[in-house]
Design a protein around this ligand. Sequence first.
Ligand code: ARG
Length: 604
Amino acid sequence: MEKNTNSQSTIQPVENYAIERAKQNIRDKIITGLGKDFTIEKARKVLGENFDIELRIPPPNIEGHLSFPCFPLAKILRKSPMIIAKELADTIPIEKDGYIDHLKEVKGFLNIFLNRERFNREIFMDFEKYGDDYGNSMEGKGKTVVIDLSSPNVAKPFSVGNVRSTTIGDSISRIYKALGWNVINDNHLGDWGTQFGKLLYAYEVWGDNEKIGKDPINELLKLYVRFHNEMEGKGSDDGESENPMLTEARKRFKLLEDKDPEMTRIWSWFVDLSMREFNKIYDRLDVKFDYNFGESFYSDKTDEVIDLLEESGIATREEDGSLVVPLDKEGISTPALIQKKDGATLYATRELATIIYRIRRFQPDLIIYVVGSEQKLHFNQCFKVMEMLGFKTRCAHVDFGLVSLKEGKMSARKGRVVFFDRVMAEGFQKALEILKEKRPDLPEEEKIEIARVVSVGAIKFNDLAQNRVKNVVFDWDNMLSFEGDTAPYLQYSYARVQSILRKADVEIEIYPELLKENEEFDLIRKLSRFPETIKEAGNNFAPHIIAQYLLEIARAFSVFYGKIPVLKAPGKKLMMSRLALIRAYADVIKRSLSLLGIDTLSRM
Ligand code: ARG
């Protein structure tokens, strides 16, 4: 199997690919073509400092390979955009063997048609030169990013919702590595807080070691749910007298905070049991972390936060003794609660301690939090408090929508919980059935391996293919389809190319000038956009940009392959050149999938 592990420390960042070289060259020609009075600096004075001569990819219905909009220039050149574009088209010299084949004015745009021979030569040179590093860049060189991802809660099941943070976070991590950043993955486990007092109490009263040993997470969840059910039966917390069960829970959490050995022992056992389950999932998803610090790691670092907030005068003590940071002047109407009236710290207190710790220890240029949209307010509050304290590090909440099952909404509260391992087992079984039907010829072991890679790929692609803020529907039948916008479709496309290459069984030589058909050049141009696609995905924290790109090149390949004979091409040179093209396509598919954390197989 070709494993796309995330420990790609060998990434060699490179830059300046064929498309960029072409753009630079054409940009220079446009600047010269605009006359000796025109300079970028002068233009920026009028049009704003961000102005540049930028070449774009025209929309599919417009002919041409690159296009330059002349509208902004009308103002400084005092000519209509049509005339500017027309003059450029008429005056820019077309060199023999240059990047440009011909130019055309289209509605105020200068449209550029590339010289296919030259461009093909350049891009195949890149493929050859950079190999597996094709697409990587040096954009993030010398910069560090901390990614807060996965972060499930101890003693709670790892749901398909948790999978989203893991999958999106892991993909962003891979993308940032490809962009040359130093990346630190930190799994911020939910292993602290008053809920552990409840659990400790419930365990003391109803816990059964044998049962917990057999099915830890499920049993611990049951204890937690039972605590809440029984508490509701025992009279509510009406403000006058606290519910006696709550008092007991509070006591135990306080003991834990004060490092009581017995409470600590039981708590650590819960953490171990949970981690063992989580690690199985991480192995399955092939996701690795540099740190699993968790909230408990910061429990002794919250006093400093409280002092800092009080000294700086940002926080106010309320009459009941609690500590809050009012944020209404900052445009956030809900104040941040830092300390409860009984002195206990909160999620937000530990969050602030975490940010400060990360800034001091890693000196990051960026911290990314891959956490569901429901925590938007929490992060807005924490980031604002950090800003008020004078910290400058850029923090980004990379949020995402809910996962719902085809049968209806999934509720993590009380009972109806979806366990990831069960969901995964179901997907694997379904994939295996599909294979039994489609490929009865394959040996059993191979079918099992394919089913595993396909089902893991399917679940990841489902989480990554759409804009993250959208809710996703979880439906194995759709996710596993070989015909839809799915991982199996892409993985199969890759395997198909590998099978053609095996069949051809030749030492490939490439004659780039022979690849002149529209379908060939269309695929080549799309492959040339891989480097900028990675940048765009990284800058927007948007793995779906890679996913959509994958679908786009896969479609271009299928159009190409439907029309253009490869193994039956007229002439050996042409056949080899086409083989080189599909091999490059497969490489980009593999690399793009690897940025999503999805594996490929050379046989399917
Ligand atoms: N454990 C939290 C939850 O499941 C997510 C933690 C996210 N990370 C963070 N730094 N707050 O809701």
